[in-house]
Design a protein around this ligand. Structure first.
Ligand SMILES: Cc1ncc(COP(=O)(O)O)c(C=O)c1O
Length: 371
């Protein structure tokens, strides 16, 4: 049997008529840059989140970059964040000329540890970027408290966590801005790159709207040095259709995760993800920890099961960030996670048969290794 880590085809099969109609509408209008399709999707996201503003961008990476630009973060400023995340959380800080300051993760949730973040503050700290990794919220109460005390911004990288809840409230709504990615593999994935920033601040939203259009506030009048980073009209049209299914798909992912949890909880040699009881994860990834990660991965590959490693090299150990002066050994929990974690298939349409095959194969692997 073959089980892919992520198979987008069954999902597309179910909704392809709706998608084709939405795409046709954009072609018939020939309005490909912003226009009604982007406006509509931005409005839908505003009402899904209950926020004042949603601004579409060309990618999740640009959503973070534009947020930092709009908050006026630049040379001389420090931004505290996690090293155990996707590259662009940190590259965005470097691209605006500011300095990333890393705080290690909580080994149970893989999210940035609020106490370690608190001790990373300095006079130069201007913002914290929290990343709701794999679909589970960061400890937002602690972060909003520290940020208010210290007078710094919070940028939420919710690229993996659209729809996730923390104490009943959606991730992305706690900070000054929430950033999303619509990369195809996300829970709400478009047919290409796309992203969005949500905020309740009209001032920040206006700046991001200008910055994504070369800094224009009026045609050919440039208030800022911006970039070209708009959400594409075709992406928006497809995302508008898919947003209607997001809750259903997130529920299906949670159900798959609960099946794994039940199957793995008694097994030695594997630690299923730990989800705080006040969190509702969206399981963009289902990430287990196992000391024999590479061996287990090779075994699963051999049996036709797709897996992935998020992330094999923590960002403080990346060559391009070596100038920051961090070295291996300084953030031990992130480094250990990079060596021990493995993502298993959890997509909504996985189905019982395929999931049972994954469970059986993992159990088999663990049995053989403990002989
Ligand atoms: C945590 C995180 N941050 C940022 C991004 C960047 O998003 P994009 O790929 O849309 O640029 C991603 C997704 O790839 C992500 O998972």
């Amino acid at each position: 049997m073959e089980v892919k880590l992520l198979d987008l085809i069954p999902q597309h099969e179910k909704i392809k008529d709706e998608i084709h109609r939405a795409v046709d509408q954009v072609f018939n209008s020939q309005q490909f840059i912003l226009g009604p399709s982007v406006d509509r999707f931005e409005k839908s996201m505003e009402s899904y989140y209950g926020v004042e503003h949603a601004v579409g961008t060309a990618s999740g990476s640009d959503a973070i970059l534009l947020s930092l630009m709009a908050l006026g973060i630049g040379p001389g400023d420090e931004v505290i964040t996690t090293p155990y995340t996707f590259f662009s959380t940190v590259s965005s800080i470097v691209r605006v000329g500011a300095t990333p300051v890393f705080a290690d993760i909580d080994p149970r949730t893989f999210n940035i540890d609020p106490e370690k973040a608190a001790s990373a503050f300095s006079e130069r700290t201007k913002a914290v970027i929290v990343v709701h990794l794999f679909g589970q919220s960061v400890e937002m109460d602690q972060f909003t408290e520290i940020a208010a005390e210290r007078g710094v911004f919070i940028v939420e990288d919710a690229c993996q966590s659209i729809g996730a809840l923390y104490h009943g409230k959606r991730c992305g709504m706690f900070g000054d801005v929430g950033c999303f990615s619509f990369f195809p593999s996300k829970n709400l994935g478009g047919p290409g790159d796309g992203g969005m920033v949500i905020t309740d601040s009209s001032d920040i939203a206006d700046r991001i709207r200008a910055l994504r259009m070369h800094g224009e506030e009026e045609k050919y009048k440039h208030k800022y040095v911006g970039i070209n980073s708009r959400l594409d009209a075709l992406q928006a049209a497809v995302l508008e259709v898919k947003l209607r299914y997001l809750e259903e798909w997130n529920r299906a992912r949670r159900l798959n995760a609960s099946r794994y949890e039940k199957a793995f909880s008694g097994l030695r040699g594997i630690t299923p993800p730990f989800i705080e009881e006040y969190n509702e994860s969206t399981f963009n990834q289902y990430v287990i920890r196992t000391p024999r990660r590479d061996e287990m991965r090779a075994y699963l590959t051999d049996k036709g099961i797709g897996t992935a490693i998020y992330y094999p090299v923590p960002l403080h150990c990346q060559e391009c960030f070596s100038f920051l002066g961090w070295e291996r050994g300084r953030l031990p929990e992130s480094e250990r996670a990079a060596d021990e974690t493995l993502a298993l298939p959890v997509y909504p349409e996985l189905g019982i048969q395929k999931q049972n095959y994954v469970i059986k194969t993992i159990t088999e692997f663990l049995d053989k290794r403990s002989l």
